[in-house]
Design a protein around this ligand. Structure first.
Ligand code: MN
Ligand code: MN
Length: 327
């Protein structure tokens, strides 16, 4: 191909280009902002909002940082879909044939109620278009307005990886903070139950723990992970039906994910998180995912950002089990 032609055809998409070149879309996938033009299987949607980060703000920068980090996993595909990623541990290639787009960011505002409405509306328009929605926050308050858009997947189970319960009714006079997304989610008529794994530390209250259990949810503190192992937890969770995964990066151990507002020692290893996410995918259908609370300002060597991207890609893959071609 002549140089001039190559420049023209690569203007929209540069699958083979070096990671650091061009404007960073997620995995260097096509950037498609117009809903009517979205012809793909998976949409990445940024939610750069962290007004509820009360102590160490900065995770509003995560969508940009994660996109930058994700260029390492440049989407090696064309309009027909990706050639997939080879997972040597599992001896399988996953996400082959899947078409990914970067849908840009929700047009967030500094006003939180307005922002919540915009998050739900934007998410719903992508879901209604038939795409699998993977969102990158933002603080954990963005998960409730995202979940509000998943009504068509009723009854819906939520699986949460988090060091904290995030199940407070009211926190600092606020109903919609990053301490409350799952209490609010419980109030959605189509949410069946919430499964939380990895809770530890001394920040969650006994009240939110007790109330979550009273509401029929499952809570697996980190001690249960240590004592019984992930496989026992997967069995106890049982059949999920339609489920949504919310990944608070502080669910992982801070030794591998230090870049977050509220790190808690003794968290999930990457292996445990992956084992859980893969395991439950055999007992239900993943319909959406978000990853939140990554704070690039607090990160070291961009470690958290790179791990967050890989965890997100692998979680998306668990929603497309048929693309995992065994060797
Ligand atoms: Mn947390
Ligand atoms: Mn959280």
């Amino acid at each position: 191909m002549k140089v001039k032609e190559r420049i023209l055809t690569s203007a929209h998409r540069q699958p083979a280009a070096l990671p650091h070149t061009g404007i960073a879309s997620f995995c260097k996938a096509p950037y498609v902002f117009e809903i009517a033009e979205m012809q793909a299987d998976v949409a990445i949607l940024g939610v750069p909002f962290d007004n509820m980060a009360s102590m160490r703000p900065g995770c509003r920068q995560a969508p940009r940082a994660l996109r930058d980090a994700s260029t390492r996993f440049g989407w090696l595909g064309d309009a027909a879909g990706s050639s997939g990623f080879f997972d040597i541990g599992n001896q399988a290639t996953f996400l082959s044939g899947i078409r990914l787009i970067d849908a840009g960011d929700v047009d967030v505002r500094l006003d939180a109620p307005v922002t919540r409405e915009r998050i739900t509306a934007h998410a719903r328009s992508i879901i209604d278009r038939g795409l699998f929605l993977a969102s990158i926050g933002g603080d954990h308050s963005v998960t409730f307005p995202l979940l509000a858009a998943f009504e068509k997947y009723a009854p819906l189970t939520i699986v949460l990886l988090d060091a904290h319960m995030d199940y407070r009714d009211i926190s600092m006079d606020l109903k919609f903070s990053n301490n409350s997304p799952f209490r609010r989610a419980h109030e959605l008529s189509f949410v069946e139950r919430i499964v939380t794994v990895g809770v530890r530390g001394i920040k969650s209250t006994d009240r939110e723990y007790r109330e979550s259990l009273e509401h029929g949810n499952l809570v697996f503190p980190m001690d249960r992970v240590h004592d019984d192992g992930i496989m026992a937890i997967i069995n106890e969770i049982g059949e999920l039906g339609n489920y949504y995964v919310s990944l608070d990066i502080d669910g992982l151990d801070p030794s591998i994910a230090p870049g977050t507002e509220s790190p808690e020692a003794d968290g999930l290893s990457f292996r445990q998180a992956r084992q859980l996410l893969r395991g439950i995918s055999k007992h239900g259908r993943l319909v959406g995912v978000d990853i939140v609370e990554v704070n690039p300002y607090l990160d070291h060597a961009e470690l958290t950002q790179h791990i967050a991207v890989q965890l997100l890609i692998e979680t998306i893959a668990s929603g497309f089990p048929n693309t995992a071609a065994k060797l």
